[in-house]
Design a protein around this ligand. Structure first.
Ligand SMILES: [Zn+2]
Length: 434
């Protein structure tokens, strides 16, 4: 679809969506015609529009008089339109029927899934309903079946790429860390896809399974919360896997199970919530893993952040006003153009910090080295920090000052106008890059 066709399609969808929304509050009259039922037209057109706009989620938030529909695009929450609250029950019923939920249930939370081909692309639509004061809150997550990246496109440096390949080629525990929504599950899926092409027996245990990959057995924990990761892993082991992916290590039992499997000769991949790669070691200790087991099992840690990329169509240079930078040094931001909807950013990119456990680091782990010592050693062993990788992206004009601050974990209120994305840079700037 070229740019002109896309514009026309968006205009057509907008008319359809507004027309259907206006009719949603009307009582049903005469004979029921399923092909013109506004709830059907409305939800279908939203699916298509959301996919065309690259939205990751559609939100329906009911209030007393009306229901707000919002899209999440590149992490931003953008209002779409509202419809009369009287029509919400019809929308909820339509989505329940489509996603295999109980349509008579509206007092309990429910989850479901819809498969859809949208413009030739296969999507999994994950529907979540949560009863609230004025009706059911609905969130639909759009997950493309085809992964958005290959491993080469993820954004690792050459050395990092080589380190990741070494970690995947041997038994051991490989962890991905970062905050929620940092792209960990996409990266994990890319790595699994690569392993799947090597004809290994791969089993994932997730809550619930996100990307479904051919050649991989995906096990979802039941929504009733009765089965935990550690309990599910005992059954997984009987299936003799070469590779096990655990959605998340949340407790000591799961951590111990993951370590045990890695020591027994399996490649184990999982995620943890920590700010950087070295902190993952501390977290595992906090979860009760002894230093000797940690040293024996851990292969590496990949820390990740996801930030907005400067729109390449309106990228502009400006003199950087940072004391630590040489005079005349330029940085970049997006001025805002039609391509990026005036936002100055287009799409997102991942930034990594890859810690490969070398022999020296393994010995230090065994001896119970603290965070600072492990960090210093990992630097000696050649690890690029997240801050260093972010600085390269800032200087090459891939990201702006706001994205840079976000990667470093510095507070930066989301800026509405593109020019506000120029700063502020941290006062110490380079000094803060560790
Ligand atoms: Zn632009």
């Amino acid at each position: 679809m070229d740019e002109q066709q896309r514009e026309l399609e968006l205009k057509r969808l907008d008319e359809e969506i507004r027309g259907a929304a206006a009719r949603l509050g009307e009582p049903l009259k005469g004979r029921f015609d399923p092909f013109s039922a506004p709830a059907i037209l409305f939800t279908e057109a939203l699916f298509y529009e959301a996919s065309l706009l690259g939205a990751s989620d559609i939100h329906f938030s009911p209030e007393a008089e009306e229901v707000r529909v919002e899209y999440r695009i590149d992490g931003d929450f953008l209002p779409r339109l509202t419809y009369p609250a009287a029509g919400h029950r019809r929308i909820a019923t339509r989505l329940k029927a489509l996603s295999g939920m109980n349509i008579a249930e509206y007092r309990l939370p429910q989850n479901g899934r819809i498969s859809r081909d949208l413009y030739g692309e296969d999507y999994d639509l994950r529907v979540s309903m949560l009863p609230a004061a004025h009706g059911e809150n609905i969130v639909i997550r759009l997950l493309p079946r085809r992964l958005p990246f290959t491993r080469e496109e993820l954004g690792f440096t050459e050395e990092e790429q080589a380190a990741v390949l070494r970690m995947l080629a041997r038994p051991g525990l490989v962890l991905l860390t970062g905050p929620t929504g940092c792209g960990k599950s996409t990266t994990l899926a890319c790595l699994l896809l690569e392993l799947a092409s090597e004809h290994k027996n791969i089993i994932t245990v997730e809550d619930p399974a996100e990307y479904l990959i051919e050649g991989v057995q995906h096990v979802s924990l039941p929504a009733n919360g009765r089965l935990t990761f550690s309990a599910a892993l005992k059954d997984v082991l009987r299936q003799d896997p070469d590779v096990v992916m655990i959605g998340e290590i949340r407790d000591g039992d799961t951590a111990r199970e993951a370590v045990r499997m890695a020591i027994a000769g399996r490649l184990v991949l999982s995620t943890l919530h920590t700010k950087d790669a070295v902190s993952a070691v501390v977290r595992l200790r906090d979860l009760g893993i002894e230093n000797s087991f940690l040293a024996e099992s851990l292969s590496g840690v990949i820390s990740e952040r996801l930030v907005k990329r400067i729109c390449p169509h309106c990228r502009a240079a400006y003199p950087a006003d940072a004391p630590a930078l040489p005079d005349g040094k330029e940085l970049f931001y997006g001025k805002g153009c039609e391509e990026c909807g005036g936002r100055g950013t287009k799409g997102r990119m991942a930034v990594f910090e890859v810690l490969e456990i070398s022999t020296r680091l393994r010995n230090a782990l065994r001896e119970g080295a603290e965070t600072d010592a492990l960090f210093a050693l990992s630097r000696e062993e050649g690890m690029n920090t997240m801050g260093e990788n972010a600085l390269k992206l800032l200087e090459s004009g891939e990201i702006d000052a706001i994205a840079y601050r976000q990667i470093l974990g510095l507070p930066a209120a989301e800026q509405k106008s593109p020019s506000a994305r120029k700063g502020p840079l941290p006062a110490e700037f380079l000094a803060e890059v560790r």
